[in-house]
Design a protein around this ligand. Sequence first.
Ligand SMILES: Nc1nc2c(c(=O)[nH]1)N[C@H]1C(S)=C(S)[C@@H](COP(=O)(O)O)O[C@H]1N2
Ligand SMILES: [Mo]
Length: 230
Amino acid sequence: MSVRKSAYVVPVFIFLWIAIALLSGGAGRESGRAEKDGVLAEREVRNYQGEKLSSVADFSENSIHGPQRIDREKYRLRVTGLVETPQTYTYIQLVKERPAYRKVITLDCVEGWKVKIHWEGIRLRELLAESRPKASAKVIIFHAHDGYTTSFPVDFIMKNDILLAYRMNQAPLLPERGFPFELVAESKWGYKWIKWVTEIEFSDRVDYKGYWERRGYSNGGSLNEDFFDR
Ligand SMILES: Nc1nc2c(c(=O)[nH]1)N[C@H]1C(S)=C(S)[C@@H](COP(=O)(O)O)O[C@H]1N2
Ligand SMILES: [Mo]
């Protein structure tokens, strides 16, 4: 009699234990998903005002040192070089405390693929004016967390509505897509669209060349020009 009773107790106990583990584990995964991976909670948009967009998954990830993981709390964007008042910004100051601008722009990589994306971010000329660039500054050099750099004439950034993006297709930027910020270098080849931007430097080094530019890609980087310097 007592043998038969224990024969039930053990499987019932194991069943309850597995059920509790599954339920609590499942619930934990669910809430972790909503918190940690914003893209599942906020799904990307694939149509915008009748235009069909590419997906954030359509990029071909080939960054020089692979995807970078940047801690949002520790992140700082510095504006340096030939400016009257250098600045340091936190993620919150950049994303929550200034107006957001939106544009649909296509990124074309020299490898032959392209992606049409809805971008949202801050307008750079507005942000950079706060540092009061000196007249001697001729180029803006962008530096990234992976050591990547690229540069532009000051006028390209300060006389156009160029975005520093923190959202793609209305979902938060993914780490491999440049979180927290990717430059939307519209009308320029993909290698000008620097990801994981950490520093924006005003400079008078008009012959400065970034990572791919040093390796033969055109410094202007315009889509309507050949991407190799001859
Ligand atoms: N920091 C950083 N930004 C970068 C790169 C890189 O290697 N590092 N690659 C560039 C290139 S060549 C392209 S085409 C675009 C988009 O590349 P992705 O598909 O890897 O995002 O990011 C650009 N920005
Ligand atoms: Mo590229």
